[in-house]
Design a protein around this ligand. Structure first.
Ligand code: ATP
Ligand code: MG
Length: 251
């Protein structure tokens, strides 16, 4: 591990990930184990997926860190481990405060209007009732849903739902905010405004992790990028260098 007090010109360490391993245990039905003869091998049972294999890094105040890597490389697993939702098999995550995962999705109710869901989502993210009241007009403005804000959320397109979720989550300053692909479904205009808001949160003492397959979003938002490949940390450094190396492996 790096001695974190010895690194120059950086804010306070906010998240320390130390040799993190995460394993999932899954029940295999045996279908994947079909052998060459075409017969189903009888391998029903528990299979283990070693999703993170010894990941270590330190995140500092004011950083927005891009997280890239191909499908299944462990990005979402790492983000869930940061929030404490996924327990480590070994190693540890130390965080200054509990990271908020942008994904109030689970808390929102499709039959309620956008406006009602703002209150619900805000409370789910730990805002106080008075904070929600105070932030509500700003959230409505940012989401730019027009009159749809009073319609049930089930009538929204996926982009409209994403707008609402992002607007709720980004309304307040966060110490540590994790955004896992939430920008992907918004249109270009909304994406640009979201990226600007992310930079703003990071500038005012927050730390942000942005998981995305859009190298444009990562470039515009993050100075530093982490590249995961098959559960290991391939590279951690300035965004341009990391993206260049990542893209070189994908040609
Ligand atoms: N709940 C789960 N149960 C079992 N295995 C899982 C679970 N979630 C993820 N995995 C496995 O862990 C590995 C990493 O998955 P993860 O979702 O972290 O990848 P990712 O980098 O976020 O991919 P994507 O770009 O597709 O979002 C994959 O092999 C995946 O199959
Ligand atoms: Mg993912």
């Amino acid at each position: 591990m790096v001695a974190i007090d010895k690194l120059p010109d950086r804010g306070a360490p906010v998240v320390v990930v130390d040799d993190l391993h995460v394993k999932y245990r899954v029940y295999a039905t045996g279908r994947a184990a079909k052998d060459r003869s075409g017969l189903l091998a009888k391998t029903r049972g528990i299979r283990e997926v070693h999703a993170l294999k010894g990941v270590s890094f330190v995140a500092y105040e004011n950083e927005s860190i891009g997280v890239i890597g191909s499908n299944g490389s462990g990005k979402s697993t790492l983000m869930r481990a940061l929030t404490g939702l996924t327990p480590p098999a070994s190693g540890a995550v130390y965080a200054r405060s509990r990271p908020n995962l942008l994904g109030v999705g689970a808390a929102l109710l499709p039959n309620l209007s956008g406006a009602r869901n703002i209150i619900l989502g805000g409370l789910a993210l730990g805002y106080t009732r008075s904070e929600v009241k105070e932030l509500e007009p700003g959230i409505v403005d940012f989401a730019e849903l027009g009159e749809s804000i009073d319609l049930p959320m089930r009538t929204y397109s996926s982009g409209m739902q994403a707008r609402l979720k992002f607007s709720i989550a980004a309304a307040r300053q966060h110490d540590i905010l994790i955004i896992d692909e939430a920008l992907a479904v918004g249109d270009r205009r909304f994406r640009k405004r979201s990226e600007a808001r992310i930079r703003e949160i990071a500038e005012t003492a927050g730390t942000i992790f942005l998981v995305s397959h859009s190298m444009g979003s990562i470039r515009d938002t993050c100075q530093r990028t982490i590249w995961l490949n098959k559960g290991t940390l391939m590279m951690d450094g300035p965004t341009d260098e990391v993206i260049e190396a990542y893209e070189a492996t994908r040609k």
